[in-house]
Design a protein around this ligand. Structure first.
Ligand code: AMP
Length: 400
């Protein structure tokens, strides 16, 4: 038995979950949010209790100190030595990492060199890692990459049709994202695919960031996100795929810089941009109910994009045995699940069990009807447990 800490550091947040491994029991979890502000929020959940404090947290190092102090003060652990390994989520592993890697100088250097490919994420992950390293210098640490699962794509699936020398010189290709989630979901799905020789899965991670992945034999063959998490289906604030000339034309029309338009495509588009209401699908549904036409259009575009990708991947896989819904929208919204399944009825024979679907929130279950040609399941994702598994695997290797 060993305690391992799974860490997900963002630019202004630090999420954590402490596990007892190999049981995968969650000992405590929490979040430092609004890091860099005087009114940051530190939340920790343990033993069925939840403590929340508003206080200045000016950097990630202080967030880590708060967390480790809280573990001792609240009696969750007696000494920091009880934490035997840490695992860190890293969004971009580029061409270097097709699986998790132990943190060392070389790993750190490679993650740092990939900052231009994940400017909002990789830098923040490193800050989080270094803050832990300062306090736990001898504790083994593992980097778990969002892109690793997608490294099994074939060349025609990951190469963009730009001049080939640019692809090579600048490492431009489809890297995808949410790989840790899609991998977790495909492993959890094994129980629904017993007896099928070469299982074909379409995994829909629909949250504020959203991606769809085609999985064959538990390996990724295609995924919707691209060079960065901006590609693929429409999202809360991101465009997803669009004709690249829109970018150039917007620069010309608005006289804004390329960087400003890029930011708008990342942060002001998607549900938010089309509806003008919100990036949150709950607000979009509420506005649509009140007759807001732009909110309705935002939903129509979202459904169209999701259905287009599912159709594409059905062909890519040569069929499909299982469709998985997960993440914020996929786990919590029966409305979105129902609409998507209805859009797949005529072409793919998907039939949803409305009674099961409407009562279901955040719990694993089959939501398709017995008559459905493809099984559809809701599986809550758990990226942290994947991180903890890899941290524990590293620890076991070190102990040998
Ligand atoms: P995630 O990024 O996976 O945490 O997902 C967050 C998003 O899930 C929110 O921005 C909402 O759009 C969506 N969401 C969460 N709960 C619901 C719900 N009950 N109904 C519709 N959408 C939801």
């Amino acid at each position: 038995m060993a305690k391992v800490m799974a860490v997900n550091a963002g630019s202004s947040s630090l999420k954590f979950k402490l596990f007892e491994m190999p049981e995968e029991k969650v000992i405590c979890s929490g979040l430092a949010d609004r890091i860099g502000h005087k009114d940051a929020i530190f939340t920790i959940k343990y033993n069925g209790k939840k403590d929340e404090k508003v206080l200045p947290i000016l950097d990630h190092s202080y967030a880590v100190k708060l967390l480790l102090d809280a573990l001792i003060k609240k009696g969750i652990i007696k000494s920091l030595n009880e934490i035997k390994a840490t695992g860190h989520r890293i969004v971009q592993g580029g061409k270097y990492f097709s699986k998790s890697a132990e943190f060392n100088k070389d790993t750190e250097k490679k993650i740092e060199s990939l900052i231009p490919l994940a400017p909002l994420h990789n830098g923040a992950h490193l800050v989080g890692f270094r803050a832990f390293k300062k306090v736990l210098p001898n504790t083994p640490a593992v980097a778990v990459f969002d892109t690793a699962f997608h490294q099994s794509m074939s060349e025609e699936d990951y190469t963009f049709p730009i001049p080939y020398e640019y692809s090579k010189k600048y490492d431009i290709r489809r890297y995808g994202a949410h790989g840790t989630s899609h991998q977790y979901l495909s492993l959890e799905a094994k129980k629904y695919l017993k007896g099928i020789k070469h299982p074909k899965i379409i995994s829909c991670h629909l949250g504020s960031g959203a991606s769809i992945t085609a999985i064959k034999d538990y390996k990724c063959v295609a995924t919707s996100m691209g060079l960065t998490p901006l590609g693929g289906i429409m999202m809360g604030t991101r465009t997803g795929d669009i004709d690249p000339s829109v970018f150039n034309y917007l620069v010309t029309c608005t006289k804004k810089s390329a960087e400003e338009i890029y930011q708008i495509m990342n942060k002001k588009s998607g549900f938010l941009g089309v509806s003008g209401v919100s990036n949150d699908s709950r607000d979009i549904i509420a506005a649509e109910k009140k007759g807001n036409k732009r909110a309705h259009l935002a939903n129509l575009i979202f459904f169209r994009r999701v259905l287009d990708y599912i159709g594409q991947y059905y062909v890519r896989l040569g069929g499909c045995d299982l469709i998985i819904f997960s993440a914020g929208i996929g786990e919590n919204s029966d409305i979105y699940r129902e609409k998507i399944c209805e859009g797949l009825k005529e072409s793919l024979g998907v039939v949803i069990n409305k009674k099961v679907n409407t009562t279901l929130r955040g719990k694993e279950a089959i939501i398709s009807d017995k008559s459905s040609k493809i099984k559809v399941v809701l599986i809550p994702t758990d990226e942290e447990v994947m991180i903890a598994r890899d941290a524990y695997a590293l620890l076991k290797k070190k102990r040998k």
